[in-house]
Ligand binder design. Structure first.
Ligand code: SF4
Length: 235
């Protein structure tokens, strides 16, 4: 398996653990506000990092790294993912996965076979509003049923997990975010992520979108907390 990025150390991407993060190239969605444009659209232009390199890196740093987090792009579009994870697990590391939830079959396989210990899944818009979900993901034919399936699989599983929403002004209204919280009522954890306008967004329009204020996000957190344990990120 090949990767297009490696963050050697993180204290925040796997709860309570020191982790390294790998980034896979390519994604099946096209969220216009996504800030990893090259990883999604031009990953072939980014340097390739081999699986062997990543495994060697983990081996040489096993004294202080507890977990490997696999992020993207969208890692579940890569068929080789389970085999790679098996190798990481055999070395004794915990594995976290970040996913957009569009591949419930792979997700179920990974959970059933105890290949992942933690998962964070994006819930990008209310599931009841297909049009908005498709707008948020820049994917007009997205099957929202797949996202719903992934949520159910995760919530019924015994692994640690969190859902997360990037609160993108101009696309998501405050009420939309509260609707998401209702739809994932009782989930273990829900993160509201601050939107950051960056040069590297997919649709350049989003470079000039002003993020919601901290006050607005704090109020939103309170409203969401009625349904699910909610925290803010990136503020
Ligand atoms: S934000 Fe959207 S386009 Fe970007 S990596 Fe995630 S799912 Fe893919």
């Amino acid at each position: 398996m090949w990767f297009r990025g490696l963050k050697r150390m993180s204290l925040v991407d796997y709860p309570g653990k020191v982790s390294a993060i790998v980034f896979t190239g390519g994604c099946n969605l096209r969220c216009p506000w996504c800030y990893v444009r090259d990883l999604v659209l031009n990953y072939n232009t980014l340097p390739k990092i081999s699986e062997k390199y990543v495994l060697n890196y983990l081996k040489s740093n096993e004294k202080w790294i507890d977990a490997l987090v696999i992020s993207g792009g969208e890692a579940t579009i890569h068929k080789e993912l389970p085999d790679f994870i098996k190798k990481v697990k055999d070395m004794g590391f915990m594995v976290g996965l970040e996913t957009n939830g569009s591949n419930p079959v792979m997700l179920k396989f990974l959970i059933r076979n105890r290949l992942i210990d933690y998962v964070e899944m994006d819930v990008k818009a209310p599931l009841s509003n297909h049009e908005l979900y498709r707008k948020m993901t820049g994917t007009p034919n997205l099957n929202i049923g797949l996202i719903r399936k992934s949520i159910n699989i995760i919530m019924k599983s015994k692994i640690k997990y969190a859902f997360r929403t990037t609160v993108v002004p101009t696309l998501l209204k405050e009420n939309d975010v509260v609707k998401i919280a209702k739809e994932i009522k009782g989930a273990r954890m829900y993160y509201l992520q601050q939107f950051k306008p960056m040069d590297s967004v997919i649709d350049k329009k989003f470079m000039n979108v002003k993020p919601y204020s901290i006050k607005t996000l704090t109020d939103l957190k309170k409203k969401c907390k009625r349904y699910v344990n909610t925290e803010l990120r990136g503020i």
